[in-house]
Ligand binder design. Structure first.
Ligand code: BGC
Length: 254
């Protein structure tokens, strides 16, 4: 059950759909999260049905803000035009409308990396940081959030920048899923991450990089080996940032 000062957050990923009520004062889960595996064929209908199931599981009241972190650039009211890691049938779909209809209430949708970046800025590793913060999530793909003097510049897609020397799309070379698939050791992976973050550093000159995603739990195994000049720190909310950020974002829109 949800109390005031709480909102509900959902984080839709390539492997799992995770949800929890969030305590907005503390920026943490108010109850243990519920994770359901992402359906193999991750169509809008299949994914939206799981989100509905999660709302029912937590008995979320109709008045509670509901935020959904989604792995694609989100422009409310506009059809989706790019999808990297869920079923391509999402293209052309009004994501906010699909979830609102399935959930029987208005919901707020935000890019998953933007949600994580907002959570880090509000409650975590980027709290009080001035200048440019680039928050990144390393998971199935690479997500990025640009935050300048505390303000989010939404829908950056810097996980897809082209790496030089024919290495192509950055997330296909350096995401956490690539490390697992190619069975790379952490130090070897850190060399790839150095190429990625080095390029981002060259083009954006940020003041801080924050590294999130499930693998940030293991940050001591790879962060010290990323050889760049900009300070780079692990996310404080780790894998919870997407849920917390989505809930926070929804609460600011109510
Ligand atoms: C998507 C981004 C998303 C990131 C992390 C990328 O493939 O294009 O929108 O934030 O994956 O899920």
């Amino acid at each position: 059950m949800i109390e005031t000062a709480q909102a509900f957050g959902v984080d839709i990923g390539g492997s799992g759909i995770k949800a929890a009520p969030v305590n907005l004062e503390k920026g943490e889960f108010a109850e243990p999260r519920l994770k359901i595996l992402t359906p193999e064929v991750s169509t809008p209908e299949a994914v939206a049905a799981i989100v509905r199931q999660q709302l029912e599981h937590f008995e979320v009241p109709e008045t509670a803000p509901v935020g959904i972190a989604f792995p694609a650039p989100i422009k409310p009211g506009r059809p989706l035009d790019f999808m990297a890691n869920l079923d391509q049938s999402w293209i052309g779909v009004d994501v906010t409308a699909v979830f609102s209809e399935a959930c029987g209430r208005p919901v707020v949708v935000v890019n998953d990396a933007d949600a994580a970046g907002l959570a880090e800025q509000q409650y975590g590793a980027a709290q009080g940081q001035n200048g440019l913060v680039i928050a990144t999530t390393l998971g199935t793909g690479i997500g990025t959030a640009l935050i300048y003097n505390g303000v989010l510049i939404p829908n950056s897609e810097l996980g897809h920048i082209e790496l030089p020397k024919g290495k192509g799309d950055a997330e296909k070379y350096a995401a956490s899923s690539v490390r697992e698939r190619e069975d790379l050791g952490y130090k070897k992976w850190a060399k790839r991450l150095t190429k990625y973050y080095g390029l981002m550093e060259k083009y954006f000159n940020p003041d801080l990089f924050v590294v999130g995603g499930g693998v940030s739990r293991q940050s001591d195994k790879f962060l010290p080996y990323i050889d760049i000049k900009t300070p780079i720190v692990p996310a404080k909310l780790r894998n919870e940032a997407g849920i917390v950020g989505a809930a926070y974002f929804a609460s600011t829109k109510q």
